[in-house]
Write a protein that binds this ligand. Structure first.
Ligand code: NAP
Length: 262
C-alpha cells in the first residue's frame, strides 16, 4: 500500500520488507539507519524490544509500551511512534461510525495489538474494558497500565472468552490470531453474541473468520475485519514519515488486491 501511494504521488521512495535475526536487532537497525532509510515499520516480535535502540519515543507510544513506526530525521535521529491504536480508533470512529466514549468494550487477547487498542479505548473514555487472555499475567499487567491512562474506566479481567460477553458489551474485539488458520473455531458461545454489538476482528487474512461469520449470521450491529485498522495504521505512518496526506483510496485498493491474491 505504501508503494502504491508513493507511485500515485510521484514520490521517489521504496517500502521493502527485511527480516532480521532476534539477536541482531540492534546491529541491523543501526545498519538500516546508516543506509539512509527515512522510515520503518516494526512488527512482532520487535515492537517492544526496539524501543531501547531509538533516540526518542512519542508520548502515545510510550503510554502503549510498543512502537510500530519509526521516523528517522535528516540528522539520523530516530523517533518511535505507535499507529496501531490510532489506526484502529480512526477506522472505528470515521469509517464504522462508533464512538467508544461511555461504551462497554470486551477484548480477547492482551498481546501487542490489544495493548495499543485498549490504551486508545481508555484514552477515548470507554466506560468499561473487559479483557481475557490465556495468559492471566498479561491481562493483569495490561489492566495496571490502563488504570493509569483512565482511572475512571471500569477495568475487568474476564474468567474466560464467554465471560467477556456476559456484560453484553457494545464492542467486541478479537485481538488474538484466532481465525487466521483454517482449523480455528469460534471460541465464544454463539448465543451470547447480541444484535447491539459491533464485532471487530483484527484478523484481516482471511477476510471472513468464524467470529465474523457467526456475528453476521446473528445480525450484530457491525461486523468488521482488521483491514480498516491495517489501512489506517499505514495512513498514519505515511503522514509521520512524509508529513503529507497519502491517497487513502489508492492504499486501500492496493491492500485489497494483495489480500485477494493471498
Ligand atoms: P500477540 O502479541 O501474540 O498477542 C495475542 C495474544 O492472544 C497473546 O497473548 C496470546 O497468548 C493470546 N491468545 C491466543 N489464543 C488465545 C485464546 N484462545 N484466548 C485468549 N487469548 C489468546 O499478537 P498481536 O500482535 O497482538 O496480534 C494479534 C492479532 O491481531 C494477530 O492476528 C495480528 O495479525 C492481528 N493484528 C492486526 C493488526 C491490523 O492492523 N489489523 C495490527 C496488529 C495485529 P499466547 O502468546 O500465550 O499464545
Amino acid at each position: 500500500m505504501h508503494n502504491a501511494a508513493f507511485q500515485a504521488l510521484g514520490i521517489d521512495a521504496r517500502y521493502e520488507l527485511f527480516e532480521i535475526q532476534p539477536q541482531k536487532l540492534e546491529v541491523e537497525l543501526k545498519n538500516k539507519l546508516k543506509q539512509g532509510v527515512s522510515g520503518l515499520n516494526v512488527t512482532i516480535p520487535y515492537k517492544e524490544k526496539v524501543i531501547q535502540f531509538l533516540d526518542h519515543i512519542d508520548e502515545e507510544a510510550d503510554l502503549i509500551g510498543a512502537v510500530n513506526t519509526v521516523k528517522i530525521d535528516a540528522g539520523g535521529e530516530s523517533t518511535g511512534f505507535n499507529t496501531d491504536g490510532r489506526g484502529f480508533i480512526t477506522h472505528l470512529k470515521e469509517a464504522v461510525g462508533f464512538d467508544p466514549k461511555g461504551k462497554a468494550a470486551a477484548v480477547l487477547g492482551a498481546g501487542g495489538a490489544a495493548k495499543a487498542l485498549t490504551a486508545i479505548l481508555a484514552k477515548s473514555k470507554a466506560k468499561t474494558i473487559s479483557i481475557f487472555d490465556i495468559d492471566s499475567q498479561k491481562t493483569k499487567e495490561l489492566i495496571e497500565r490502563l488504570k493509569i491512562i483512565c482511572p475512571q474506566c471500569l477495568l475487568k479481567e474476564a474468567k474466560d472468552a464467554n465471560d467477556l460477553l456476559s456484560g453484553e458489551p457494545d464492542l467486541l474485539i478479537n485481538a488474538t490470531p484466532i481465525g487466521m488458520s483454517k482449523s480455528d473455531h469460534l471460541v465464544f458461545d454463539p448465543t451470547l453474541l447480541q444484535k447491539k454489538m459491533v464485532v471487530y476482528d483484527l484478523v484481516y487474512n482471511p477476510a471472513q473468520t468464524p467470529l465474523l461469520i457467526e456475528a453476521k449470521a446473528r445480525g450484530c450491529a457491525g461486523v468488521f475485519n482488521g483491514l480498516g485498522m491495517l489501512l489506517y495504521q499505514g495512513v498514519l505512518a505515511f503522514r509521520i514519515w512524509l508529513e503529507a496526506d497519502p491517497p487513502i483510496d489508492v492504499m486501500e485498493e492496493a491492500l485489497r488486491e494483495v489480500l485477494t491474491k493471498t
